[in-house]
Design a protein. Sequence first.
Length: 261
Amino acid sequence: MATHAQHEADWRGWQESWDRQQETYLPDREERFRVMLDMTEALVGPEPRVLDLACGTGSITDRVLKRMPNARTVGVDRDPALLALARGTFAEDERARFVTADLSDPDWPTALPEGPYDAVLTATALHWMRTEPLRGLYAQIAGLVREGGVFMNADHMPDESTPRINAAVHVFDEDRSKRQRDEGALDWGGWWRALSEDPALAAVAKERFALFGNPAEVRHDHNNEEFQDAEWHAATLREVGFGEARVVWASPTDGMVLALR
């Protein structure tokens, strides 16, 4: 079935659909990617070996290779449907490789091609990890980055000291997302429903739903997650072996922390 999916699916169309769906929640998504690539090139040069951590459909990989044609990337994720899109999109591109691994498994680095990496990059992906497992993951990442290399995580990093500002931002973002959905943009559940209705991808969508549930049927509960503020991320990265770490980009709700080995 996987071979059939690779033959039939509109890979680029699904990549663009994924981007549009994500932008209903993250209107500044391209800006965070731009800053991420700016900092990567500034610190490790235009030909990096990049680990795209929790890569999903390969959004970071796509932007790295378009901007830096001599880069090499390794994407790692557990989601079989998103990995199918990534592998299909880059099937003819020898610069990109993808690996299936569960970041909550302590042995996940053994699935990777041998390191070290110039840059480990991730965006909007690690918020599902609770605090102590994330601390352990950061320690593993420190061992994958070469001396002088970088790690960047762009994700939800709320500041609980400003509850009134946070409440206003939340209402504004909900209203904006609703307007976009009213104009025809797919939300998270709607995108997964559409994917499962594509005959070329129905099998991998079913496999994904068996692992994580069907987002079109089960509402995600953010109350089950632990969000850490940006200073926690920076301090923890320094504790596990990075020489410097600080915020290099922020939006009203999200931040991006850069750590330098």
